[in-house]
Design a protein around this ligand. Structure first.
Ligand SMILES: Nc1ncnc2c1ncn2[C@@H]1O[C@H](COP(=O)(O)OP(=O)(O)OP(=O)(O)O)[C@@H](O)[C@H]1O
Ligand SMILES: O=C(O)C1=C[C@@H](O)[C@@H](O)[C@H](O)C1
Length: 282
């Protein structure tokens, strides 16, 4: 019994750590998961070309088998072009790809809606301790594609919209695991997060992103300079997730000027686009 699926990474409009309301959009880099199920009764995981923690993907297989299978064991392996712990939702992409690949292996894709599949990955992320709120915002953006606004306390989708932006990403060499973020500091900026939620719910995504980026950079101790350097040429720019990546959206011509300014920075500055298509079975 074999299955395979791929899911995209995402960038942030509103980080949910302050209030539980979050917003994110899918970007065109993805993680692929291949799942083989057998009668061994135990589940193992591997990351191609990586030695990261496989607890999340193993837990995803386990949760899907518990619900739709018959006690199968097996193996899951992911391959990814999404940098890990960089703020680009690598965990959500890995979880979604694994959940869909396992459903595919069980031939149970029709028995589980995409929203239900997203919630299984979110529960697995909570089990594995790689998230603060469950990150239903990141997971829904990755699973459904486009831009979402969500209530992460209830794992509810509030808005799904299509956006068509070029996206410039600066990924510094450092990493920052979401689970290690200073949640108390983030809660102190709740009034700003409420304002960002209002902007996002009225479709002012670019401005929402920029206010979010400045507020979270201040709360989490990141340098606001890359955002200041982008503001004149980007529709919106934000620290993504709990950092350290910074994501600017707009059109390519204007973002080239931002890329020139970011190029001297340590790490990688790279272009992608938003993505309307979410996760897919291969
Ligand atoms: N390709 C992958 N295969 C398996 N597990 C992965 C993969 N990518 C990420 N993970 C899991 O997700 C964890 C990283 O989650 P974390 O939330 O810290 O990073 P992120 O999702 O990239 O960041 P953010 O939530 O700020 O966007 C890793 O420790 C690992 O357990
Ligand atoms: O772990 C979490 O709960 C989160 C992590 C970041 O990606 C945030 O952007 C997201 O809103 C919530």
């Amino acid at each position: 019994m074999q299955g395979a699926a791929a899911a995209p990474a995402a960038g942030t409009v509103l980080n949910a750590l302050a209030t539980g309301t979050g917003s994110a959009f899918a970007i065109d880099v993805e993680t692929t998961a291949r799942v083989t199920l057998d009668d061994s009764g135990s589940i193992t995981g591997a990351i191609t070309d990586g030695d990261g923690d496989t607890a999340l993907i193993e837990r995803c297989v386990e949760r899907v088998v518990d619900r739709f299978g018959d006690g199968q064991g097996g193996h899951v392996e992911t391959e990814s072009s999404v940098p890990t712990a960089a703020g680009l939702k690598s965990s959500s992409a890995a979880a979604n790809a694994t959940v869909l690949a396992t459903l595919d292996a069980l031939d149970a894709g029709d028995a589980c809606s995409r929203t239900a599949a997203t919630r299984i990955g979110v529960e697995a992320a909570r089990d594995a301790g790689v998230t603060v709120t469950g990150a239903f915002d990141d997971a829904a953006a990755s699973m459904l594609g486009g831009l979402v606004v969500t209530d992460n306390d209830e794992d509810d989708l509030l808005v799904r919209d299509r956006v068509h932006w070029d996206v410039l990403v600066w990924t510094p060499p450092a990493t920052a695991h979401s689970a290690d973020a200073d949640v108390e500091r983030c809660r102190q900026i709740a009034p700003m997060a409420d304002h960002v939620a209002d902007l996002a719910l009225s479709g002012e995504y670019g401005t929402a992103m920029t206010v979010n980026g400045l507020a979270y950079a201040a709360a989490l101790g990141f340098d606001p300079d890359p955002m200041v350097e982008a503001m004149a040429d980007a529709r919106g720019v934000s620290l993504s997730g709990t950092g350290p990546s910074v994501v600017a959206v707009g059109n390519r011509e204007h973002l080239e000027a931002v890329a020139d300014r970011w190029d001297h920075r340590e790490g990688r500055t790279w272009f992608t686009t938003t993505r309307t298509r979410g996760a897919r079975v291969l």
